[in-house]
Design a protein around this ligand. Sequence first.
Ligand SMILES: [Zn+2]
Length: 384
Amino acid sequence: MRSSQISFASNYKVTRMRVGEAIDLIKVVSSPIGFLVFILATVIAIADNASALVTQEQGSNVLQQTPAGNLSRFAQQESKPLKPPLRLISQDQKSAFDGNRSFDYLRDICKIGPRPSASKGMVKQMKYIQAHFESIGGQFLRQEFIAKSPYTGKNVKLHNLLIRWHPERTRRILICCHHDTRPFADADKRNPRAKFIGANDGGSGVALLCELGHHMESLDGVFGVDFIFFDGEEFVIQRPRDQMFLGSIFFAEQYSKGIPEWRYECAVLVDMVADKDLQIPLEGNSLHFARGLTEEIWDVAREIGVKEFVPEEFKFIRDDHLPLNEIAKIPTCDIIDFNFPNPTAGNIYWHTREDKLENCSAESLGKVGAVVLAWLQKKQEAEK
Ligand SMILES: [Zn+2]
């Protein structure tokens, strides 16, 4: 927490104090025991305010960024002096997707803790994402929308985050993931209300894009690339009452109305891509809606020797690629390993406490990232 935030919180308290209370306070502080009590109370008050401030500050930013009546537009986030994560790129790393560095991002993200929609964890992660991408030359935009909280039934603000590379290029490709995590580990047999870290389901997509960003400025060619981080993919406590894919649905609906004004030729979604035992078969809906694109990606995987992209059709998975395909009409492929930990055991780690860093690997992130990057490079080459 930065000192300016703490002083804001303290000032806020002082302005609410009446004169009489202030005089009483001086009396208490002037005695030795009173002074100790005062120091202790001040420390507690600052800590308390600092944690409450996350929400308060988020609220004020949001209102400032997105005027009422203009909720559907992307707003450019004002840059704040946030400390970016220190992961510099060396000369020999410039061409290769670095799985280890991607895993370092994943570790940072997991350290934040659970990151469900409209939570303090998510606010922290949004700041992390903004600081990271601005430090490596991406343009950061935020799309705000309103959704009903499954906890309270009240309206809350959710955010899709967009990072743009080479915004002047008119032909564009979209790379997507979701940045929210499930509210609880609700598939956990022993404790379905346990904390859910979502290292693989949620974290892996964010970590992969954090690394992929290092390779975007130097990506020459006709295509500009945008990254989108969808909110509300699984802001779900009770199914079927609570709807999934809130962020991608909102984005797709706005897109179909002409917002933003730029268009995408295709999109790739990454989800659950850090599983230690990586195996990614062709996903049914991707083949149904975007067969050409999906086969292109699996061909690239074969060409660069990533055999974990298994060229066999798997089941149909419902994910953020559906609104993009069905509503926005952007051909979208989902790269997802939906057997966590592996096909023999089944998808038994999904939405449980086992979705943690220890069950993910740098190698897997490295392999998926290498395929996505090689595919982007090939797309650019094909148009030269
Ligand atoms: Zn999930």
